[in-house]
Write a protein that binds this ligand. Structure first.
Ligand SMILES: [Zn+2]
Length: 469
């Protein structure tokens, strides 16, 4: 049964831009028909009019929601100029030490609303906070995972929840540190957590689409045997579930992996796991040319987080080589120092321009940079999230954005020129409406939960700052 019919002056379909598009959505939140050249003049006044051109919603393929509340708090003056990823991580460990479940839900709810206002309709939460501030499991071991699902429901965003398996502080099975006490599981307790969550997701109905997957944190946080055990478990229990892992973010990590496991992280994963289209390697920043081409050929997705990678001084992803080899990419906001998908794509290209001294580095031969990258991350993001999003097409989930047709940088533009403006013009608030599974969650640029979520978020941040003063 059709529950919503929407007309738009332009829409980005799998076949390209189309004009005068009429989209029908069924009760499951999927497109039941998509018709082009349906002039507005002949339409019934009851049919909804989109407020501007329509795009598929984007997937945020990598986030740690709680880190949103420390954005801007880890960049104070450092007298010895030795601030690195590793010193940032110490700040992060101190920050998360006191967060309670209500705090975590409030931060995630606010973040997810921000993400939707910027164009994301699905979030992949790489969720590694599991225990209480003392490192003890909550009475319900799923407490904090369920808080993430609750935050997604309050925001109205589709979610792929990846409970993280974190067992060690470094390669060779090193014991976890005190700062990691809220993350840590052994193999048994992790699989119990995952099985419990699977059961909850089967029993319970959520207000938003929910998908579960696994996230062994990294090769430094799980041993090869532990990783093999988790992969064997997921093969038996849900063979299509997504598998995400941090890999090759920092040179020190690559060197330690080489010294301990005999190969750098990406090569090791290629040689020792069934790395395929279910996998998403987060960052994959430091690869040899061979690793880069082999990863592209594997069908896995590289989950790129350009703003966080710049903020942490990680390095520059080998995007030209990887994309030339038909590698698949998705974008994530990771530490959430940025929340805008179009800014992530801009930085991905600008990093290349600054090092290569030329423009248009990441464009395909037949399309602009913005068009090429946007199309890549739409399909790569849906693959990484394992959700049926990314296409305005019959059978696809009705996740979409209506751009502001009146915006001075968008008005009068057609087709890919809209995407070029989204990525390269200084737009503020270019999105008027956001739909997830056919439900309109943002209307007139506003989210119904905005005021309440902002109030709760401010209260958490104020209390955290007062406690640390
Ligand atoms: Zn991360």
């Amino acid at each position: 049964m059709v529950t919503r019919t929407l007309w738009a002056p332009q829409a980005l379909l799998p076949t390209g831009w189309a004009r005068d598009v009429l989209l029908s959505i069924d009760e499951a939140g999927r497109f039941s028909s998509v018709l082009c050249d349906q002039g507005e003049a002949g339409l019934s006044p009851q049919i909804e009019r989109a407020q501007g051109p329509l795009l598929p919603g984007l997937v945020n393929a990598h986030t740690h929601a709680f880190q949103r509340a420390m954005a801007g708090l880890s960049d104070a003056y450092s007298a010895d100029c030795r601030d690195t990823f590793w010193t940032w991580r110490d700040v992060m460990y101190r920050f998360l030490a006191t967060l309670n479940p209500d705090d975590i839900e409030a931060i995630a709810t606010w973040l997810y609303i921000e993400l939707m206002r910027c164009g994301f309709t699905t979030v992949v939460e790489f969720h590694y906070l599991h225990h209480d501030p003392k490192g003890q499991p909550y009475r319900d071991r799923c407490e904090l995972s369920l808080r993430m699902l609750r935050a997604a429901e309050r925001a109205g965003i589709a979610i792929t929840l990846l409970p993280v398996f974190y067992a060690h502080s470094g390669f060779g099975g090193a014991a976890p540190t005190e700062g990691q006490r809220r993350f840590v599981h052994d193999g048994d307790s992790y699989l119990r957590l995952f099985s419990d969550l699977q059961a909850r997701c089967q029993q319970q109905t959520f207000a938003v689409p929910v998908r579960l997957g696994v996230a062994p944190h990294s090769l430094r946080a799980v041993t090869p045997d532990e990783l093999a055990r988790v992969l064997a478990f997921i093969d038996r229990s849900d063979p299509t579930a997504p598998v995400h892992i941090h890999a090759a973010e920092q040179p020190a990590e690559v060197q330690a992996c080489q010294a301990t496991l005999g190969a750098p992280p990406v090569a090791w994963l290629l040689d020792n796991t069934p790395l395929d289209a279910r996998f998403c390697l987060i960052h994959a920043t430091h690869m040899t040319p061979t690793e880069c081409e082999r990863l592209a050929a594997s069908g896995a997705v590289a989950g790129l987080c350009p703003t966080t990678e710049a903020n942490l001084g990680d390095g520059l992803f080998s995007a030209p080589r990887y994309l030339a080899a038909q590698g698949r990419i998705a974008i994530g906001t990771d530490s959430n120092v940025g929340v805008d998908p179009f800014a992530e794509l801009r930085l991905l290209e600008y990093g290349q321009r600054l090092t290569q001294g030329r423009r248009g580095v990441l464009s395909r031969s037949d399309a602009s940079v913005a068009s090429s990258l946007l199309r890549s991350v739409l399909s790569g993001g849906a693959q990484a999230a394992a959700q049926p999003t990314s296409q305005l097409a019959v059978g696809g989930r009705a996740d979409m954005l209506a751009l502001d047709g009146e915006n001075p940088d968008l008005c009068g533009r057609q087709g890919d020129a809209l995407l070029d403006a989204l990525v390269f013009a200084p737009l503020r608030g270019p999105i008027r409406e956001v739909y997830v599974a056919g439900r309109r969650v943002i209307k007139d640029g506003q989210h119904a939960e905005h005021a309440r979520a902002l109030r709760d978020y401010r209260a958490v941040v104020s209390r955290l700052l007062a406690a640390s003063a």
